[in-house]
Design a protein around this ligand. Sequence first.
Ligand code: BV8
Length: 231
Amino acid sequence: MRNIVILTGAGISAESGIETFRADTGLWAQHRVEDVATPEGFEHDPAKVVAFYNGRRADAAQAEPNAAHKALARLEREFAGDVLLVTQNVDDLHERGGSRNLIHMHGALNSALCGACDHRWPAPLQMHVAESCPRCAAPRARPDIVWFGEMPYEMDRIFAELSQADLFVAIGTSGNVYPAAGFVAEAARAGAATLEINLEPSAVGSQFAKALMGPATQTVPAWVDSVLTDA
Ligand code: BV8
């Protein structure tokens, strides 16, 4: 086995104290998706959207990487082949846990994006509405987040890596949001082995050949140990 591609979702950060989206008390029970996570919502009420992401940025800054984030970083360091981590999460717990070969396909809380020229820069802890872009000066700063209806980042690279994967693993994601929920089918079609690690089977759970159920801080370190022992 040479190439491992890992997809993570909100469940891997849950035990660090970051709320998931689709739990009964999760973010989408507290906010309307259309209001805070679409370009139309931002157009209609930018202050509400900026405040939503300011709150999440503050929560992420208080959180610490857990044993699952650290185990994936260890896998990247110690596995003899290539490990690519693709995260839907916008927190920075993977990087702070030590992962380096990482794609934030839904953007990042610690980044700001110019809606006029696409320039990116480090977001302050608290963004303000209509901040100016440091490159083109347009008052069009927005959180660098991929909202519903927008194209996730680095899709060409992700699909290229999936086509070369020997193993695809999804961790802590409910399998409700595309294109990420379609990665298992893509990897399986290309001949990869597939594994789901989650608290409960996801919406696309039946497409995985194997599953490990339990809290990520227990299942992920145990799985990483087994991969490094078998390698
Ligand atoms: C696009 C902003 C075109 C970031 C987010 C109809 C059918 C199919 C598709 C569509 C459709 N209508 C519209 C679409 C497309 C749409 C989509 O998928 N909609 C769904 C809802 C139907 N997708 C898009 O618009 C995307 N863009 O498609 O562009 C395109 C065309 C071709 C090729 C490529 C692209 C853009 C999607 C961007 C979404 N952005 N939010 C933010 O604010 O954070 S979505 C939001 O959901 C987050 O980003 C999050 O990352 C994502 C996924 O959620 P999860 O991470 O899975 O979290 P969730 O709460 O759901 O689940 C947590 C899981 O963890 C659970 O399984 C739970 O059991 C588990 N868990 C909990 N605790 C633990 C645990 N596991 C282990 N241990 C624990 N302790």
